[in-house]
Design a protein around this ligand. Structure first.
Ligand code: FUB
Ligand code: ZN
Length: 679
């Protein structure tokens, strides 16, 4: 049973908690997922599946694999070695965080009881000094902080903090938050200026400490987040000393001989050799303010850039914004997949590759897409410009959503743009499934933002929101839309009482002829049909301001209606000429959705050799009974260079949901395939 908007408007925790939280020095404020009820449309059913299928499934698998038992052993209730790797706790914390969000919208006493039971097991393992990582409590208390580069102790802590904040927000009960504070205080007693100078190999604690600061008002946590960011690129020791990257003894890397690619064992050996090396893999090669390009592990990077954007919102942090802007431009112009995915397999480090090197049979981890969404969301809040929400949306509907099946219980770790694969019901290294379990119920929290007298609409999705303006009323917003299949959005605005504020509507880049905010990808047809905006039936200017929004400042009355029409022609997308991989190829988009060909839909099964002539006409049609309801694109392609064959494209996110081991490709040949290229 889902919550009605009335309870959302009346709920004690949300608006109160928002008001108590320290206001940012800069930028917009969030409208949390607890203020947004998604009903129907595209995301409503996905949230329901998340609550009813994904969360229980994730908890089952995490229990089976020993993530919960690890805490029981750490609490001395069971005997035995820990299961799994050192970061096992983090996966459980993420799924529990997702459970908190899901319970917000789908109260379920049985799930709540189950979650409470697990939380008690976790709390029972907390040490008298606040420390709480089961792996080290079980076996190596004296090693707690000795394997920072490889075992992610602070990454575990960060996910615990995020979960605890979500628990407090859901229940109003401070018990998890208090436990998080005790753990954070323990960390604060060890690390910091004049204490120990060190960083975790996997960022996460930084953004989580900002959340903890906001939930508690305790500024020490913000300072500690800043410390961990500032400390990157410095020599870890007893004082902050510049780190001489070049003086490092580089790891011994096995190079492939000509015509002899590395064996899996050699690749693994290289991976291990690099683990301890303080290179860009963990963004620890330079001070963050000197990091002007995106390098290294894409998940760690995304979490770090998110934390940096948070810091700029809440502190005076010279150099941070310049670094963020430069990294953002680097990613947008040279390192972004058309799906919003990040990270190639080039350096075997789950990280960014060289500029413009964007192989399609690539890595693109689901967690990297999620980290990317979190980063763009924070940039959108910081900068108040639509281009950040554009990329957030692109990633949500494509590179992120492809990670989870429509049924909600099968997952991808990698999200390549071509290949042949099957989804897994679970993944031993379960960072991705547990991360997907928490991001889906959080989607509503990405849709809106608020300024002093401004309500910002960043995502178009069906449902209700209650936006508490810092200087004024609570504004109820109701969106009716079939977006992303149809660009018509009806927005009913109900402030209580009537009030003057600016309603800012994001006009997506794709609706203005730009698939991404750079020249990395472009549409064949930049002449797009006009966007329309109406207020109470009267046409208003749809020309976006410099920040990309259409601003509608007025005194809003209860029941005012805004209509937005975003025409959705089928668009052909081309990559920058330096992306050699996509040369002679075309991708298809409609609205924010990127399409792919999957063998199962084609009359001629060899999707890698099909050619879509530049002038081939394509049609869009919606099928409510296919893949949970999708709009497909159909037309005629050429097989064998000349034989006309029917072609059907489905949304990329929906691939591998019907049969397994179907060949899929996002990029289609537009020019004839050379004889030598293999199928
Ligand atoms: O547990 C840490 C996670 O494991 C990383 O974010 C993923 O890339 C995987 O290495
Ligand atoms: Zn992952």
């Amino acid at each position: 049973m889902r919550l009605a908007l009335s309870s959302l408007l009346l709920a004690g925790t949300g608006i109160g908690a928002q008001a108590a939280s320290p206001a940012p020095l800069r930028g917009l404020e969030e409208v949390g997922q607890d203020r947004v009820e998604l009903q129907g449309g595209f995301w409503g059913p996905r949230l329901k599946t998340g609550a009813e299928v994904t969360i229980p499934h994730a908890l089952n698998r995490l229990e089976q694999d020993g993530h919960v038992t690890n805490f029981a052993i750490a609490a001395g209730k069971l005997q035995g070695p820990p299961s799994g790797h050192a970061a096992f706790d983090s996966d459980l914390h993420k799924a529990l965080e997702g459970a908190m969000y899901a319970l917000q919208h789908y109260p379920d006493p049985a799930l709540r009881q189950r979650v409470d039971g697990i939380l008690d097991q976790i709390l029972a393992a907390q040490q008298p000094d606040g420390y709480l990582v089961s792996y080290y409590i079980i076996q190596q208390q004296d090693q707690r902080w000795n394997e920072m580069r490889t075992k992610h102790p602070l990454y575990n802590a960060g996910h615990f903090f995020e979960m605890a904040v979500a628990h407090q927000q859901l229940t109003g009960d401070p018990k998890m938050l208090n436990a998080a504070k005790r753990f954070a205080d323990n960390i604060d007693s060890v690390f910091g200026i004049g204490k120990r100078y060190d960083v975790d190999g996997h960022q996460e604690v930084e953004l989580a400490l900002v959340k903890l600061y906001r939930a508690t008002g305790e500024r020490r946590y913000l300072e500690l987040a800043r410390f961990f960011l500032d400390e990157r690129g410095y020599a870890h020791g007893t004082a902050r000393k510049p780190f001489d990257y070049k003086a490092q003894k580089p790891p011994v890397i096995i190079q492939p001989a000509e015509d002899f690619p590395l064996t899996p064992e050699q690749r693994r050996a290289n991976f291990q050799a690099q683990l301890h090396f303080r290179n860009g893999r963990m963004q620890d090669h330079k001070p963050v303010v000197e990091q002007l390009e995106a390098v290294g592990h894409a998940v760690r990077a995304g979490y770090m850039y998110s934390a940096m954007a948070d810091i700029v919102r809440f502190m005076d942090a010279p150099g941070y914004e310049r670094a963020l802007d430069s990294i953002w431009n680097d990613v947008m112009s040279r390192k972004l997949y058309i799906t919003g995915g990040l990270g190639t397999g080039q350096y075997d480090d789950e990280g960014f590759g060289d500029p413009y090197l964007l192989p399609n049979d690539t890595y693109c981890e689901s967690c990297a897409a999620i980290a990317h969404v979190l980063w763009q969301h924070r940039m959108a809040l910081l900068k108040g410009q639509t281009k950040y929400a554009d990329v957030m949306e692109l990633t949500l509907y494509n590179g992120m959503l492809s990670g989870i099946s429509i049924s909600g219980n099968q997952f991808f770790y990698q999200n390549p743009l071509t290949g042949k694969d099957r989804r897994r019901t679970w993944i031993g290294l379960s960072c991705c499934p547990s991360n997907l379990a928490r991001i889906i119920p959080e989607i509503g929290g990405l849709a809106y933002a608020r300024g002093r007298q401004q309500v910002v609409v960043n995502l178009y999705l069906a449902g209700d929101a209650a936006v508490a303006l810092p200087a004024g009323p609570v504004v109820k917003l109701t969106q009716q839309t079939e977006y992303p299949w149809d660009g018509h959005v009806k927005l009913t605005v109900t402030p209580a009482p009537a009030a003057k504020f600016d309603l800012s509507l994001r006009i997506p880049g794709w609706a203005l002829g730009r698939p991404v905010p750079s020249d990395l990808y472009h549409f064949a047809d930049t002449k797009v049909p006009p966007v329309e905006v109406k207020v109470n039936g009267e046409r208003a200017s749809a020309a976006p301001a410099a920040d990309g929004y259409v601003h509608l400042p007025r005194t809003w009355q209860a029941g005012d209606v805004v209509e937005l029409n975003l025409p959705m022609p089928i668009q052909r997308v081309y990559a920058h000429k330096q992306v050699k991989e996509d040369e002679g190829k075309v991708a298809l988009m409609r609205g924010p959705v990127v399409y792919c060909l999957e063998t199962v839909d084609q009359s001629d099964a060899n999707v890698l050799r099909l050619v879509l002539p530049r002038d081939a006409k394509l049609q869009a049609a919606h099928h409510a009974d296919l893949l949970g309801g999708v709009t497909t694109l159909t037309g005629q392609a050429l097989a064998d260079g000349q034989r006309p064959v029917a072609l059907t494209a489905v949304p990329y996110y929906a691939w591998a949901n019907r049969t397994t081991n179907q060949v899929m490709t996002v990029w289609l040949n537009e020019t004839p395939v050379r004889k030598s290229s293999s199928p």
